[in-house]
Design a protein around this ligand. Sequence first.
Ligand SMILES: O=C(O)CCC(=O)C(=O)O
Length: 290
Amino acid sequence: MPQLLSKSLKVALVQLAATADKARNLSRVKEHVLKAASNGAQLIVLPECFNSPYSVAAFPQYAEYIPSGETTTFLSLLARETSTYLIGGSIPERDDTGKLFNTSLSFSPSGELIAKHRKVHLFDIDIPGKIRFKESEVLTGGDKVTVFDIPPYGKVGLAICYDIRFPELASIAARKKGVFAMIYPGAFNTTTGPLHWELLGRARAADNQIYVIMCSPARDLSAGYHAYGSSMVVDPNAVILAKANEGEEIVYAQLESGRIEEVRSGIPVTTQRRYDVYPDVGEKVEPSAF
Ligand SMILES: O=C(O)CCC(=O)C(=O)O
């Protein structure tokens, strides 16, 4: 079986304090990405909605066409300038028909757009007295599992925030497509963050014995939405390798080749699944599929 992660990889998470000022957000992103690259990061992740406030009212106002919008060009040039893989958090996207999406763009070290994920599961919740948020009032959900190659390291899966609550995306990416990591730009909040952020990140890692990378905006108590922060990297054994606090900061983690295979050989659930007992949720995938 080829190695899932073929080389050690240094990851940086930019926990940005996004504001209502798009130009300022982009210039702060640039500063942080330059710094992360100069510290040796090879894969740099930005948070969900890094160029706008996270609010239903803001989505139409900040939405851009892809790839002609300014943020696509900005990210492409920044990836090229730093020679890094740049996972561009997410931005509100407007398509030719006028529909809006919450969309994540990823770029290669030469600045090529290599992946586009539209958030599949829209964040619609209502916890009385705590938080109500209905992305579906303005957004449309995407309809694809997103997996792409970042040579020479291997394949990664990409999904956005609320998508992490649905284990199917990560399971398909890991079991059928052989990713070594799931990457989730995400903006949990001060109600659901303490309850589930770490639990879900560690669960997706343990379910699939892969790395899980989650990047949040910093918390701003003067904003309408209070992001949880706590960006983190979880290893294939569900151990937290790095975790941010709530303010603006960059956190780093080193992903090690061979670690996935080591964890899978110690706790071999990957080869022990009994699809004869639960064929409705999957089928046996031969190791060669990786
Ligand atoms: O699932 C949650 O609790 C938070 C999700 C969220 O904030 C989002 O999808 O943006």
